[in-house]
Design a protein around this ligand. Structure first.
Ligand code: FES
Ligand code: FES
Length: 207
């Protein structure tokens, strides 16, 4: 079994981070923090390995996980075949590369425990395409060449898709707010938001 989120670059363990996470959320108050702590914690005491069923992109997926396993880890390392659209970058709720929809709401999958997601609809960037056809937002990212290394891209596509699903007329500022928990180290923000606005126009019926 792969290790739980190794990060040799950092000297902060997941355990110590989670202990301090409440303080970070209170201090930050950003949308990203809201994403990170969207799930209700389980009250059941769990230990060892448990088998749970996740509903990923409309398909039930049985996985064996430890109670500490994150949704991101479960998707990438415990599902067979793996679900690799959500990316592991910071693994501590600060970059947004792992963003998925949980019951339609964007969340950081690295900050959700997989056991808390049992039976709840998880949509990853893969699930936005329908019958192999890219979604409007995905097509716009391609048309506007809105990525460089692409590591942040699944997170942006998911956050923008959620925003436009609620409001296809979202302004640039509203789209930027929706992506306030997503960071692009390559700096492709201008193209990302051109793509997002274009997708919004197409979703409103314009071509
Ligand atoms: S990998 Fe989850 S927020 Fe960065
Ligand atoms: S395209 Fe490289 S981090 Fe965004």
């Amino acid at each position: 079994m792969p290790p739980e989120s190794p990060d040799p670059r950092q000297h902060v363990s997941r355990r110590s981070f989670l202990k301090g996470a409440g303080g970070v959320a209170a201090a930050g108050g950003a949308l990203g923090a809201a994403k990170a702590f969207a799930a209700a914690p389980t009250t059941e005491r769990l230990s060892g390995t448990v088998e749970i069923e996740l509903l990923v992109n409309g398909e039930p997926r049985k996985v064996k996980v430890e109670p500490r396993t994150t949704l991101l880890n479960a998707l990438r390392n415990h599902c067979e075949p793996p679900v690799t659209g959500p990316k592991l970058v910071c693994d501590r709720g600060s970059c947004g590369a792992c963003t998925v929809l949980l019951e339609g709401q964007p969340v950081y999958s690295c900050m959700q425990l997989a056991v808390d997601c049992t039976g709840r609809a998880v949509t990853t960037v893969e699930g936005l395409a329908v019958d192999g056809k890219l979604s409007t937002v995905q097509e716009a990212f391609v048309a506007h060449d809105a990525l460089m290394c692409g590591f942040c891209t699944p997170g942006f596509v998911v956050s923008i898709s959620a925003c436009l699903q609620k409001n296809p007329k979202a302004t640039r500022e509203e789209l930027q707010q929706a992506c306030s928990g997503n960071f692009c180290r390559c700096g492709t923000y201008p193209r990302v938001f051109e793509a997002a606005l274009d997708a919004g126009r197409k979703l409103q019926g314009g071509r």
